[in-house]
Design a protein around this ligand. Structure first.
Ligand code: GDP
Length: 324
C-alpha cells in the first residue's frame, strides 16, 4: 500500500488531495499545526487519516516525522498561503514557506538513502516566484524574480527542490497559478467576492471593499490543480510543471461574474476600493503556459472561469440559506 504524507492537510488543496488519496486506497498521513481546530474536525470525520501535530518551524520534529511515517509520497503544501499576509510577517513567511521545504527535502533524501527506495516529493511552488513577469505567458523557463516576501520564500524552496533533485531526490515542483474553490478562505479575493455577492443578493444591500481591481490572475479550479500535483509526483521523471489555465481575468472581471451569478446586474453600486487592501507591490498580470504539464502529465484544466465562479457563488448562497 502506498503511504503518503501531506503537509497542510487541513487547507484547501490538502482537503482535495486527502479525498483523492483515500479514494485510491492510499494510507494518508497528515501533518497539522499544534492546536489546529480543523484537525479535530478532520480526525473525527476521517479517523483513517493519521494526523501528526508538528510545527513547520521545528526542524528536528519535521525530520523525525518523515522517518516515522516512512512515506512513498510527500506532498508539501503547508506554509503561509497568503501573499497579503506575507507582507505583515516576512520572516515567518521565509521560515514556513521557504526553509521548512529544505528541511523536508533533506529528510526525504536521507530516508531514501537509508532504505534504498525512492521518496517522491512534490513542492507546491507558486506563480509568485515570477514576481512582475517580463514575458507572457509564464512557463518553466521564465525568470524567477519575486516581488513579495511570499514569492521570495517560495523561490528559495523552488531552488532547493532543484538542489535536491540534483542530489537524486525525486522532487517535482508544481508552479501553481491561483486555484480556487468554495474551500478558499476569504483572505483570498475570490472568496471575499463570492461571499459578499451572496450576502448582498440576500439582503438587497451591502458593500464590498477591495484593493486593486485591475490586477489580472490566471484562476483555475483547485481540484484540477491537485490532480496535476498527484500526476507530477508519480511521473517517471521529477521535473518542474507550470499548472495554469492559460487564461487571465481581472479582479473586476471576477466581481462582475460573481455579482451577475448572484443576480445583481450593477455591481458597481456595491463595490468600493480602499488603499488598505492594495499591496506594496503586486503583480499586474499572471498567466501560465501549462503546455508541458499537458504534454508530459496528460493534464488539462476541466473547469472554466465562469463555471468556477458560479460554483463558488452558489455554494456561498447555499451557506447563507442554511444559516437562515
Ligand atoms: P494571490 O494572487 O495569491 O495574492 O491571491 P489573492 O486572492 O490574495 O489576490 C489576488 C489579486 O487580487 C491580487 O492582485 C490582489 O492585490 C488583488 N486584490 C484586490 N483586492 C483584494 C482584496 O481585497 N483582498 C485580496 N486578498 N486581494 C485583493
Amino acid at each position: 500500500m502506498t503511504v503518503a504524507l501531506v503537509t497542510g492537510i487541513t487547507g484547501q488543496d490538502g482537503t482535495f488531495l486527502r479525498q483523492r488519496l483515500l479514494r485510491e486506497g492510499v494510507e494518508v498521513h497528515g501533518m497539522v499545526r499544534p492546536g489546529d481546530g480543523l484537525a479535530r474536525d478532520l480526525s473525527s470525520a476521517h479517523p483513517e487519516v493519521v494526523l501528526h501535530e508538528v510545527d513547520l518551524s521545528d526542524g528536528p520534529a519535521l525530520r523525525g516525522l518523515i522517518c516515522e511515517v516512512d512515506p512513498d509520497e510527500v506532498y508539501h503544501l503547508a506554509g503561509v498561503s497568503s501573499v497579503g499576509f506575507s507582507w505583515q510577517e516576512p520572516v515567518l513567511t521565509g521560515l514556513l514557506s521557504g526553509l521548512a521545504a529544505a528541511e523536508i527535502f533533506a529528510a526525504a533524501w536521507q530516508l531514501q538513502e537509508q532504505r534504498g527506495r525512492a521518496v517522491r516529493v512534490v513542492q507546491a511552488s507558486s506563480a509568485e516566484i515570477f514576481g512582475q513577469p517580463r514575458v507572457s505567458p509564464q512557463d518553466e523557463q521564465t525568470e524567477i524574480r519575486p516581488v513579495s516576501p511570499y514569492g521570495a520564500a517560495k523561490a528559495y524552496a523552488h531552488h532547493m527542490a532543484h538542489v535536491y533533485r540534483g542530489r537524486g531526490l525525486h522532487v517535482a515542483a508544481c508552479i501553481l497559478f491561483n486555484h480556487e474553490s468554495p474551500l478558499r478562505p476569504p483572505s483570498f479575493v475570490t472568496r471575499k467576492i463570492t461571499q459578499a455577492a451572496a450576502r448582498i443578493a440576500r439582503d438587497g444591500r451591502g458593500e464590498l471593499v477591495l484593493g486593486n481591481l485591475d490586477a489580472r490572475r490566471d484562476w483555475g479550479w483547485a481540484p484540477d490543480y491537485v490532480d496535476a500535483i498527484v500526476r507530477a509526483a508519480r511521473h517517471v521523471v521529477a521535473d518542474d510543471f507550470v499548472v495554469a489555465t492559460g487564461r487571465t481575468h481581472s479582479v473586476e472581471d471576477f466581481v462582475a461574474a460573481a455579482f451577475s451569478r448572484a443576480g445583481i446586474d450593477d455591481w458597481s453600486a456595491h463595490v468600493s476600493t480602499d488603499p488598505a487592501f492594495v499591496r506594496p507591490v503586486d503583480a499586474t498580470e499572471q498567466v501560465g503556459d501549462a503546455a508541458k504539464a499537458h504534454r508530459e502529465l496528460g493534464w488539462s484544466p476541466t473547469v472554466d472561469f465562469r463555471t468556477m465562479v458560479a460554483r463558488m457563488v452558489d455554494h456561498d448562497r447555499q451557506l447563507l440559506e442554511g444559516e437562515a
